[in-house]
Structure formats: C-alpha cells, structure tokens
Design a protein around this ligand. Structure first.
Ligand SMILES: Cc1cc2nc3c(=O)[nH]c(=O)nc-3n(C[C@H](O)[C@H](O)[C@H](O)COP(=O)(O)OP(=O)(O)OC[C@H]3O[C@@H](n4cnc5c(N)ncnc54)[C@H](O)[C@@H]3O)c2cc1C
Length: 522
C-alpha cells in the first residue's frame, strides 16, 4: 500500500549525516521524513561508538575553526548543558594532526530527538528501507518494511544516508566496493568506568615514553618534536587534556610475552564525557578483524564473534597490567560493529589526483574535507603515498599511515566537495544526463568511515565524518531548492540561488582562491 502523504524530502538513515540532512531540509521549509532502521538516531555515533570522537577536528592544527554548521551548533548546545568537553586547544594539540571536541553520545542522541521536534522533521523509526519506487528512471519514493508490513512512501527527493548506500544500490546507481581481501578491518567498541584516573595519570607522567606521540606530530613534524610531546605527558595534570591514550608499549610487550595480549590492534582508548564532569574510557581499537564485507551478513557475524574474543583479551590486559584499571568495569559493549569501509556510491563527479593535489575549487563546492585521515584509493592503500603533494603546505609530501595526511590542513583540507560528487551515477549504459528525479536522488558522499575522501572511484556510501554533517545539512537545503525550483542538485550548484546558502566556499583559508572564510554548514 502507498501512503497518501507526499514528502518533499525523504532521508533514509538517521546517522550523523541523515539527521543533518533532515534538519537542513526542514529548515528550508521542506516537508521532511527521516526513516531509520533502529529505534534511535546517531548511527555509528550511538550504535557503535565513537565517544563523541566524531567531533574531532572542529579546529585545524593552527587552532582555527574548521567546521561549522550543525556540528558546531550541536556541540555548543551540548557544551552549555555539560555534555561535552571543551575543545582541546592546548599548544601541543594545536600543532597536532587532529584535535578533539568530545561530546556525550547518549546526550547527543537525546538532543537529536529534541531537534527533530523543534525543526518539524517527521520521524519513522524501526523501519527498514528495502527499495525504491520508480516512474521510468525517476525515483518517486521508497518501499519500507516495519511493524505495519510492507508499504510505499512517496517523496520528491530521496537522500540516501544509510551508510552502505543501500538505497542508491536499489535505485540502480553505480556502486563500487573494495574487495574482501583489501577491506580495512572493522572494530567492536566498548566503554569502561571505575578507572582510577589519578593512578593512571601518575603512571603516564612517570612513563611518557610509553605512549604514542606520532598523532601529535602530524602534520607539522618540524613544529612538535617528540620531546615536546613527552613534556606534555610529564606535565599533564588532567587526563582530559590528552584526549586519547595509545601505547602502553612496555606493558603490552610484557603481556604479549606472557600470552596475555593479541597481535591484532593497539592498546589504548579515547575519552567519553559523562554527566557531572565524569569521563569514561572508550576502547575503539582493541579489536580489529579483516576480510569482512558489510554487504555479507556471514562476514559481519564472523567479525562480531572474533571482535568479542579480541576485546576480552584486551580488557583482561587492562585489568591486570595497567595501573588504575584494577576496579574498572565495562559499562557498554556496542551492539553494532564500527565499520571502517563498505560499498561506495560512484558519484556523478569523481575527484582526480590532480583535484586533490591542487586543492581544486569547484563552482558547486559545498564543503571541504579537512580531516587529515589519509585518503586512499580502494584499489591501493598507497595512492597518496605515490602521488599526492599539497602545494599549499610546507612539507609538500603526501603521507598515509595511521590515517595521517601530512600537511593538508595548512590550506583548507584537500579537495573541495562538489555537489555532483554526491549525486549518484545512473546505471551504466543509461543516457549521460540524469533524468530529473533521478538527479534528485542525492547521496551521502565521501570516503570510508574514519577515512578521508580525497581519491577514489567515487564517494563512499558512508558519509565520511560527522563534520560532514554540516555538508549534509547543506544537502538538505539543496534538496528543498531542487523541489521548489525544479533544478537538479548538480545544477543548483551553479545557480544564483546558491548564493543564499552559507558555506558557499567551504574554505576557511583567506589566502586560498575562493576562500572567504565561510564555513560549511547549514
Ligand atoms: C574506527 C572509526 C573511527 C572514526 N573516527 C572518526 C572521527 O574521529 N571523527 C569523525 O568525524 N568521524 C569518525 N569516524 C567516522 C564516522 O563515525 C562516520 O563517518 C559517521 O558516523 C557516518 O555517519 P553516517 O550517518 O553516514 O552513517 P551511519 O552512522 O552508519 O548511519 C547510517 C544509519 O542508517 C541506518 N540504516 C542503514 N540501512 C538502513 C535501511 N535500509 N533503512 C533504514 N535505515 C538504515 C542505520 O541504522 C544508521 O542509523 C570514524 C569511523 C570509524 C569506523
């Protein structure tokens, strides 16, 4: 059965990109429906972590604000109510590869429920989108399955924010996916309370060499020395200043020799803010399992079973070896895997190596990637090592390793994000121009989860970073423009109506062509 209501915009998936797209659309007056498989919002943010780590990089290494829009707006709201930690802007961090602005993921989700209400977004939870309806090549709505059975919902624009490009695939868009052999490992995160932070801090101050420093050196290796970072550990008086703690090298090696550590991942955790100024340790890298395609439920099951085993080993190590963890206890093991990579939607425009290397601007740019995480081609982990240099940054050297992209943030992040890049391509062999309503199928764009977007055959189905929420807010607005002006998304990028949109240049670097300090956002 098809429901009577026709929505201007239907957003599929209420992860960080979905909620931003829905808010963006609703704010422009679009009748908006947000459809979500589970009973909550947040996607990877709430179902599989991270601990608000997704608010990394509100600031660039020079301490300038990089990200705006919905991301900054929600951060400020959470901070005011005591559900976010202050932006980490310590001197050594400002030169670091990335900075943190942690939020409490549970309160982030509560805020989202509040905001959907405020903005007039209609919600449909516990509902799986299983397909699209079409009139010829044009997408006219979605097919859903839920407690009401199987039904159709009509919409003028359908935005796929399912993380895996599920809706785009159903619509027949071109898709791409890294092979089972090459896919990045997935993780199962867990959160811990009852840590004696003073005992741990004493250990850190006395053993600064036992902790990772590389992330504090990227991308300006000539700015922060290892000794700078050691000094930071030595003088640290509040654990939240550190943001993350990876290493515990000596303890880990000892445990490894004793058969109490596994070789699959690093030892360490991030911090989750909790009410009343409490923090919890959030383990995001303690399990890593290769060769699992998110499109294969057997793979996902094997991955989940193996991750649980690895997490148990890691947890016993922390309890038995790491000072401060004797009385700690697990408060949450995430219910879903933290997927680092999956199917990618082939965008209507594909960024080239030169686009990235030249920090190229586009007429329809709606945002920038400013995450330092190394972008790489799905067919080779080494793309950027091989080819990308950034003319605007001092070191002029691409680097991929532990997610690092040296120096890119000296300018404004690597590639501009043209709208066309996030509009799915029609099936191979179809007429080169997208039919109007098919163009209205606007897709979440950019790299794999946790990975940068720069080079690849097309955007990943998973919108790259929460900060891209800002960009997705703009998508929501574009969708309403597309409805009201009957112009497709890719053409709106070049039309005067765009001038009314914030984040037009998306580049905060005043010296960069087209960069006028605007922030991507809603
Ligand atoms: C290890 C790791 C570290 C990361 N670190 C950072 C970081 O530091 N900073 C940062 O900004 N980002 C980070 N990320 C990336 C960030 O977590 C993701 O990019 C972001 O959460 C993706 O949001 P999304 O809304 O596109 O997808 P998701 O969060 O996956 O949301 C998709 C939503 O769609 C729903 N859905 C799926 N299929 C259907 C369907 N058929 N019908 C209805 N609903 C459906 C799902 O239930 C889910 O709610 C990291 C990722 C990983 C894996």
């Amino acid at each position: 059965m098809a429901y009577d209501t026709i929505y201007d915009v239907i957003v599929c998936g209420a992860g960080t990109s979905g909620v931003a797209a829905a808010i963006g659309a609703a704010r422009t007056g679009a009748k908006t429906l947000l459809v979500e498989r589970t009973g909550t919002m947040g996607g990877q943010m709430s179902l599989s972590g991270p601990p608000g780590f997704a608010y990394a990089r509100l600031f660039n290494p020079q301490g300038k604000r990089d990200i705006g829009g919905i991301v900054e707006e929600t951060y400020q709201r959470l901070f005011r109510t005591g559900h976010a930690l202050p932006h980490l802007r310590y001197p050594v961090r400002e030169k670091a590869g990335y900075s943190f602005s942690y939020v409490d993921p549970e309160w982030w989700t509560m805020l989202m429920f509040e905001m959907m209400d405020e903005e007039g977004v209609e919600l449909l939870l516990d509902t799986l989108v299983v397909g699209v309806t079409k009139d010829g090549g044009a997408v006219t709505g979605i097919t859903v399955e839920n407690a009401n059975g199987r039904n159709e919902i009509r919409g003028k624009i359908v935005i796929d924010c399912t993380g895996e490009g599920y809706v785009a695939a159903q619509a027949g868009c071109q898709m791409d996916c890294v092979s089972r052999e090459d896919i990045q490992p997935h993780t199962l995160a867990f959160t811990v309370d009852g840590v004696d932070w003073d005992t741990l801090l004493t250990y850190i101050r006395e053993h600064p060499e036992q902790f990772s420093y590389r992330q504090l050196i990227f991308p300006y290796e000539n700015a922060n020395t290892q000794e700078d970072v050691m000094e930071m550990y030595r003088k640290c008086h509040d654990i939240t200043e550190l943001g993350e703690l990876m290493g515990f090298y000596q303890l880990r090696d000892m445990a490894f020799k004793n058969g109490d550590w596994h070789p699959y991942s690093g030892a360490g955790f991030f911090l989750t803010p909790r009410e009343g100024g409490h923090i919890q340790a959030h383990f995001q890298h303690s399990s890593q399992v290769d060769h699992a395609l998110p499109t294969d439920a057997w793979d996902l099951t094997r991955c989940m079973v193996e991750c649980r085993k690895q997490n148990l080993i890691a947890w016993r190590f922390f309890k038995n070896y790491v000072p401060g963890f004797k009385n700690a206890y697990i408060t949450k093991v995430c219910t879903e895997l933290r997927l680092r990579e999956g199917p990618r939607i082939v965008g209507d425009y594909i960024l080239t190596r030169d686009d990235v290397a030249e920090c190229r601007q586009f007429a329809d740019t709606i945002g920038k990637s400013s995450f330092k995480a190394g972008a790489y081609h799905v067919s080779s982990m080494d793309t950027l090592n091989a080819c990308v240099t950034y003319p605007h940054h001092p070191r002029r050297r691409g680097h991929h390793g532990g997610g690092g992209q040296a120096g890119e943030t000296d300018c404004c992040g690597p590639p501009a994000g043209p709208v066309r890049r996030a509009c799915g391509r029609p099936p191979a062999g179809a007429d080169g121009t997208l039919p109007r309503a098919e163009a209205g199928l606007c897709l979440p764009g950019d790299g794999g989860a946790g990975r940068g977007p720069a080079v690849g055959p097309g955007p990943s189905a998973r919108a790259v970073l929460l900060k891209y929420g800002g960009v997705f807010g703009v998508f929501g607005r574009f969708s309403q423009l597309a409805v009201s002006t009957e112009v497709s998304h890719e053409n709106i990028g070049n039309r005067p109506q765009r001038d009314g949109l914030p984040g037009r240049d998306g580049c905060g670097h005043p010296g960069h062509p087209g960069g006028r300090g605007a922030q991507p956002g809603v």
